[in-house]
Design a protein around this ligand. Structure first.
Ligand code: HEM
Ligand code: NAG
Length: 324
């Protein structure tokens, strides 16, 4: 009898332990996560970023976008960085984003510098989070303290990469819904969209609906529309989001929206329907410092989107392949 009770208790304790790790297996992220194991991590990332962005400024928007795409597809777990293998598709091949994602080699460069400094310690997911913060700061944007301690996934999902990102042709309702599904509210959506104050679209397909008009299209500044139709017809289709200062992280994205010069339908939708989101656009257009503070806060929030299979994770030695 006593033995049975003991066994029973033992298995109950074991069960509780399993339940505890299942619900609590993802430790809180912390800004000091590498304090003992890799005290230099922030300097190493910043040094490589500063060097690369100085020679190729476009790497800055490219990397900020990588972080967004990583976090929205099964959490911030560097799944986006995995190359295709015989057994697994790559999120890099997801349509239509496969055409224009860039900056992977910058992440590789940071990773090899870190493997040199503190081998097998810093996750690729954390590298993306730090590099994005530096990307923004290097172009004049805000900086913030980045919570760390993410792990790298063993899996990538091309399907999820094709389904879980917001649609550039979507309306405000679609955008709010997509962000809400990722635990982000209307204020996060509005602030994070301000990332489009830097960089460009690489293909007319992303903004054709916006600049050729048609039924139900939002109001657009006619001369802006004309210039963008030219980039569709005469050029490669490349077009800056913010025409005046495409490589400065400032609040002019929101001023552009007020002037009906948002590039994507999903950009202009933030200032089409009135209400709280339009009010935020107006406020950010007027108060750059409030935009910066909200952007930083929302980046930390987006950066803490958890992968569903936290337990099956590791610190990758090479960001493009799993360890075994
Ligand atoms: C609100 C929903 C969003 C939609 C529909 C969207 C869509 C797009 C599209 C279609 C492009 C152009 C792709 C190309 O042709 O190369 C783009 C570029 C970009 N996106 Fe977004 N995006 C959204 C939110 C975000 C967020 C939250 C961030 C980061 C915090 C972000 C960062 C960027 C950056 C920096 C670029 C420029 C990339 C470059 O210059 O290489 N986007 N986005
Ligand atoms: C993107 O994917 C499509 C469909 O698989 C393919 O036809 C196209 O060549 C790819 N583009 C690039 C640049 O990889």
């Amino acid at each position: 009898m006593a033995v049975t009770t003991k066994l029973y208790l033992a298995s109950l304790v074991a069960l509780l332990a399993v339940l505890a790790t299942a619900t609590d297996g993802s430790p809180e992220l912390s800004a000091t996560y590498y304090k003992k194991t890799c005290p230099n991590v922030q300097n190493v990332v910043r040094t490589v970023m500063a060097h690369r962005v100085a020679s190729e400024p476009r790497m800055s928007p490219a990397i900020l976008r990588l972080f967004f795409h990583d976090c929205f597809v099964n959490g911030c777990d560097a799944s986006l960085l995995l190359d295709r293998t015989d057994d697994m598709e790559s999120e890099k091949d997801a349509v239509p984003t496969n055409v224009s994602l860039d900056g992977f080699d910058v992440i590789d460069e940071i990773k090899s510098a870190l493997e040199h400094n503190c081998p097998a310690t810093v996750s690729c997911a954390d590298i993306l989070a730090l590099a994005s913060r530096d990307a923004v700061a290097l172009l004049g944007g805000p900086s913030w303290s980045v919570p760390l301690g993410r792990k790298d996934s063993l899996y990538a999902s091309k399907d999820a990469a094709e389904n879980d990102l917001p649609n550039p042709h979507g309306d405000l309702g679609d955008l709010l819904k997509s962000f809400e599904e990722h635990g982000l509210d209307a204020r996060d959506l509005t602030a994070l969209s301000g990332a489009h104050t830097i960089g460009k679209a690489h293909s007319c397909e992303n903004y054709r609906d916006r600049v050729y008009g048609g039924e139900g299209a939002n109001i657009i500044d006619p001369s802006f529309a004309e210039r963008r139709r030219q980039s569709c017809e005469e050029g490669s289709g490349e077009a800056p989001f913010d025409e005046e200062t495409p490589m400065v992280f400032d609040n002019s994205y929101f001023q552009d929206l007020i002037a009906q010069r948002g590039l994507l339908t999903s950009d202009q939708e933030l200032y089409t329907h009135g209400g709280p989101v339009s009010d935020l656009v107006k406020m950010y257009a007027m108060h750059g410092e409030t935009f910066f503070a909200d952007f930083a806060k929302a980046m930390v929030k987006m950066g803490s989107i958890r992968p569903p299979q936290w337990m099956q994770a590791e610190v990758r030695l090479n960001c493009r392949v799993v360890n075994h």
